[in-house]
Design a protein around this ligand. Sequence first.
Ligand SMILES: *[C@@H]1O[C@H](CO)[C@@H](O)[C@H](O)[C@H]1NC(C)=O
Ligand SMILES: *[C@@H]1O[C@H](CO)[C@@H](O)[C@H](O)[C@H]1NC(C)=O
Length: 431
Amino acid sequence: MRRSPHRVPGLLLALLALAAQAPAQQRPALWPLPSSVQMFPQLLNIAPDKFLIVHGPNSTADPSCSLLQEAFRRPTVFGEHYEFTISKSSITDTPRFPHRGILIDTSRHYLPMKIILKTLDAMAFNKFNVLHWHIVDDQSFPYQSTTFPELSNKGSYSLSHVYTPSDVRKVLEYARFRGIRVIPEFDTPGHTESWGKGKEASNPNIQNFMEKKGFGNDFTRLESFYMKKILDIITSLKKRSIVWEEVFNDNVELQPGTVVEVWKGRDYLQKLKEVTSSGFPAILSAPWYLDIISYGQDWRGYYMVDPLKFDGGCGKVPWDDLEMKLNSLPLNHVNAGSELEKQLVIGGEACLWGEYVDGTNFIPRLWPRASAVGERLWSPENVTDLRDAYNRLAAHRCRMVSGGIKHSHRTIQHSQAALNFQVGPAVLLST
Ligand SMILES: *[C@@H]1O[C@H](CO)[C@@H](O)[C@H](O)[C@H]1NC(C)=O
Ligand SMILES: *[C@@H]1O[C@H](CO)[C@@H](O)[C@H](O)[C@H]1NC(C)=O
């Protein structure tokens, strides 16, 4: 299933994430959910001639980890040329949300390694700190497992469309140097058609099992059983899980601390309220499905979303712009959430599902549209001025281009229509 609000959802899905152990409530969290953070109230003023960025003796990063350097570099434009200067800077900054993710999907279309690495570069430019790697699905199984090699031998598009263990290590390492945590997703129990090519399904066994358990033909009970079991296994490995919201909606018994990813439709604020008032941390992606393309500057719709606006009443529409209304605001009444509930919203993800993107158009489809999501997840909630954002985004786009991210012009130049037509649906719903 493609998690689009415009489609009928298929079976429940599970996102099994190797998330860190830090409790989600621990705030503020910087990169990437560290075990502890100490904040000091005093400001340090550093003289320009004494300013040097070095790595501590025990630092696991090396000098190629350039996050801080990037923060102080400002390009100055002279005609066609760029010059980088270290500006005298005073920066007081901290992210609003600890989880700022980009979802990539390497099953519908295989993404070449260089595109994944380029995506990590762009993420670092935009202060994203989580790569949610939807690595396998119905369409293909590119993950090469050393334990079950036949899964990718038979389930990948071809033997050259796989991610070898060394590719995966390279992605993890490249991400780590950019302050990005990689969360792999093995979608289950739906979306596993590609697995079946390497492992024949054992239907009679499953039917016997359901009989023995007294489930009759109720596959929902089978799924709930499966989900609970797999989530318990993950907990026993001292890992935490992230699940798509269906698992929560279907009342599967969840371990405390299981993160629920809210992705469905326009009533996402109400769903965030429900999830957090049940005590579970939540991630929002519903309004940030960047695979859904529209005309013009759709970044504004992403920008105007506020994940914490579940404060009673309806979403207010302060402007008359259909595109933004469609993208960013729920219509129905939303119950007000408490401060405690709002603290359980740990962030969000911009998702670029892979039906209509591959190595040829992935980067320009994602950037700079995702930059708007990046700012929403980083900046304080009162940073909402669209005109100001436009100017900064235009400058930021130049910075990214000069940094080698060749992306789309259309989102900040009004005149160009999308070049890619959707000729779907190319995807089977799983049942
Ligand atoms: C570096 O690690 C060593 C050994 O674990 C420890 O004794 C030392 O205090 C650490 N130094 C710093 C600056 O953290
Ligand atoms: C946001 O609020 C803070 C704290 O009240 C204030 O200092 C800052 O100027 C505000 N920023 C904007 C863009 O309104």
